[in-house]
Design a protein around this ligand. Structure first.
Ligand SMILES: Nc1ncnc2c1ncn2[C@@H]1O[C@H](COP(=O)(O)OP(=O)(O)OP(=O)(O)O)[C@@H](O)[C@H]1O
Length: 233
């Protein structure tokens, strides 16, 4: 399938008062197109930081990140935002839906940044909601949906722009087992049948088992895993 993500010598330093704290230490990682990668590790090990760098939400302190051949660490803020809008879908633990908007309108939101007509936006959002099994909930507001349904709306929002990469930060962290399984099954379908490359941070070993590979981060370093084809470069 080929390589989608190439990370070399990636580091991230946060300034805390006068102190510098290096939370990622020279990370090397390759991710194949079509992979489904679970990222595990203790609290504070840098998982969210790494995910946000790969998704272009934050800039590294050093090193290189290429996604689809594009050096995203070298893009200026505006170009990075454009890249992100077209290439990455984000799924968060607490859904981050707009409470006053219907499911349909929430899913349409990323398309407001495009030149698509209102009719086309509406059509694409309806298709995305159908794909996550919530066509009949399009008019509901988030408060009128269960946690699992809200997370599926947020997944519809993440895929509505047809991005290559889905970045999921503890997507099942706020869900009961049954809803978590539904969300994981949906991510599996998006990976296998729609070719989405998925990076998922999780604390849940059952969630991690649904991925193709599991990576462990410890104190800002990737540690080798025993899983087949471990992707540490
Ligand atoms: N904006 C920031 N400024 C300063 N320090 C930060 C910032 N963001 C994160 N950190 C620190 O970086 C370290 C790694 O944080 P990160 O959120 O990436 O860890 P994590 O592995 O995702 O943790 P958790 O599992 O608890 O979500 C932590 O020590 C955290 O306090």
């Amino acid at each position: 399938m080929g390589k989608l993500i190439e990370i070399r010598e990636l580091s991230k330093v946060y300034q805390r008062g006068k102190q510098k704290v290096e939370v990622l230490h020279h990370i090397d990682l390759d991710v194949e197109q079509g992979d489904f990668l679970a990222l595990m590790g203790p609290s504070g090990s840098g998982k969210t930081t790494l995910l946000n760098l790969i998704g272009g939400l934050d800039a590294p302190s050093g090193g290189a990140i290429s996604v689809g051949g594009q050096r995203i660490d070298q893009l200026a803020a505006g170009a990075l935002a454009k890249w992100r809008a077209s290439q990455v879908g984000f799924v968060f633990q607490f859904y981050n839906l707009m409470p006053q908007l219907s499911a349909q309108r929430n899913v349409e939101l990323p398309l407001l940044l495009t030149k698509l007509s209102a009719a086309e936006r509406s059509k694409r959002a309806a298709i995305a909601l159908q794909l996550v099994g919530l066509a009949d909930r399009a008019k509901h507001k988030p408060a009128e949906l269960s946690g699992g349904q809200q997370q599926r709306v947020s997944i519809a929002r993440a895929i509505v722009s047809d991005p290559t990469l889905l970045v999921c930060d503890e997507p099942t962290g706020d869900l009961d087992r049954e809803s978590a399984e539904e969300v994981l099954a949906l991510l599996g379908v998006l990976n296998r049948e729609h070719g989405k490359t998925i990076l998922m941070v999780t604390h849940d070993p059952k969630a991690a088992e649904r991925a193709r590979h599991i990576l462990h981060l410890d104190k800002g370093r990737l540690v080798e895993t025993m899983v087949e084809g471990a992707a540490v470069a």
